[in-house]
Design a protein around this ligand. Structure first.
Ligand code: SF4
Length: 323
């Protein structure tokens, strides 16, 4: 049983992008980026979305924050339906919900000092006095491991890991309750990755944060997450407690993904499952199960009917093997 209440409730979230064509540029199709997905994130929990590049993870994170407007479905944050909020109400809500990007250099204005980068979200959201602003900047810079003299430098004067510390400080200075971290360590060296993951976990405890963590790196995800959702072609095909999914994956796609993780233990001789075929285009998704053209266990029903979600041993899995 989950110890904390639900903070973010994603229900049947769907995001399509129009494909424009013809001389007068009218819609000629749709990219099905996120397809009817549902999951919940509890307070102080890290829920990770994993899957190959292009599977819809980042679009899901941005749709939850309404940086991209979803096509349908609802996202409830602490009991408030975000789709019912006006743009102005949503702008105010954003101090509670922040985004950390993959590329810290691109997300930081190169013409602003670290101090100004950290002051900006406070000026937009909280309108504090100069003394209170100074106090908050000092607090967050210490929390992420920056010293006072670094505050007057520019982003290009920092290493990749330090820039990500600045980006994290900027996201957390308004004391949000929920953070979408989109591949926050994938641009960093492995040794620096570990420091930033430790920092994110320490700050989670200190600030009682909930994370939606987006990553294609299954080793990173195992370290930081309490629950995971496995995405394929815009769908969540399996969710569950992280250890349960890693030790006993149920969906054939989850099994294939996990079998590709390099083994740390040489006595572990489990075979890698090699998937054949290409990921179908999200502009022209297949009928039935989205994974059926690559699935080693595909049955006749799989190409005809979309599998329903089954609740099994603490996992929720969408696959006809469990009908
Ligand atoms: Fe494979 Fe069928 Fe399950 Fe899809 S529904 S993952 S094709 S067995």
């Amino acid at each position: 049983m989950d110890a904390h209440p639900v903070l973010v409730d994603v229900s049947h979230l769907t995001t399509y992008f129009p494909i424009m064509g013809g001389i007068i540029r009218k819609p000629v199709g749709q990219v099905h980026a996120v397809e009817d997905i549902s999951f919940q994130i509890h307070e102080q929990e890290t829920f990770s979305l994993v899957g190959e590049s292009g599977c819809g993870k980042s679009t899901t994170g941005r749709s939850i924050l309404r940086i991209i407007e979803p096509t349908s479905g609802t996202v409830t944050f602490d009991g408030v339906n975000l789709s019912s909020l006006s743009n102005e109400e949503m702008r105010k809500m954003r101090k509670n919900m922040q985004l950390i990007f993959q590329n810290p250099y691109a997300s930081l204005n190169p013409r602003m000092t670290v101090r100004r980068l950290l002051e900006e979200p406070l000026n937009v959201h909280l309108h504090l006095s100069p003394a209170e602003t100074e106090k908050e900047v000092t607090w967050i810079s210490q929390a992420v491991g920056l010293n006072a003299e670094q505050l007057d430098r520019y982003p290009h004067q920092f290493s990749g890991g330090q820039r990500q510390r600045i980006a994290i400080a900027r996201a957390l200075i308004t004391k949000p309750r929920f953070v979408v971290a989109d591949e926050p360590v994938s641009a960093l060296d492995v040794s620096i990755q570990s420091q930033i993951l430790n920092l994110l976990m320490d700050l989670q405890k200190e600030l009682k944060l909930s994370y939606l963590f987006i990553s294609h790196d299954l080793n990173v995800v195992r370290r930081i997450s309490s629950k995971i959702g496995v995405m394929y072609l815009g769908h969540i095909v399996e969710t569950g407690d992280t250890e349960a999914v890693y030790t006993h994956p149920l969906h054939p796609y989850t099994r294939a993904l996990l079998s590709a993780i390099p083994k740390e233990d040489p006595s572990d001789v489990k075979e890698r499952i090699r998937l054949v075929g290409d990921v179908p285009s999200p502009a022209n998704p297949p009928s039935g199960c989205p994974f059926h053209n690559r699935c080693p266990e595909c049955m006749k029903v799989c190409s005809e009917t979309m599998p329903e979600a089954h609740s099994l041993d603490g996992h929720i899995v969408s696959c006809h093997l469990y009908d």
